[in-house]
Write a new protein. Structure first.
Length: 86
């Protein structure tokens, strides 16, 4: 358990950062599911819009270090592979 005021503050900050990282990773997963559904439906325009939003979210997550940069690059490659599949 945290004893000093500084340690208590760091615990609060770490929890806030953990929740923010969780939001980023969750939104990336959600957008991936939306992309897969739009590709499966054959709607190229909707797929393109979702792909742009997904790529942007992946870049933001990597910039905030919610995702490792190599993981982000791999996910962006998966996005382009899905789009080429359509």
């Amino acid at each position: 358990m945290a004893n000093s005021p500084q340690q208590r503050k760091r615990v609060r900050i770490a929890e806030r950062q953990r929740l923010e990282n969780l939001r980023y990773t969750s939104s990336v997963k959600t957008l991936f599911r939306r992309l897969k559904v739009s590709v499966a439906s054959g709607d190229a325009e909707a797929s393109q819009k979702v792909a742009i939003a997904l790529t942007s979210t992946i870049d933001k997550a990597a910039a905030r270090k919610a995702l490792h940069k190599n993981n982000a690059a791999r996910k962006k490659a998966q996005v382009s592979r899905l789009l080429n599949q359509a």
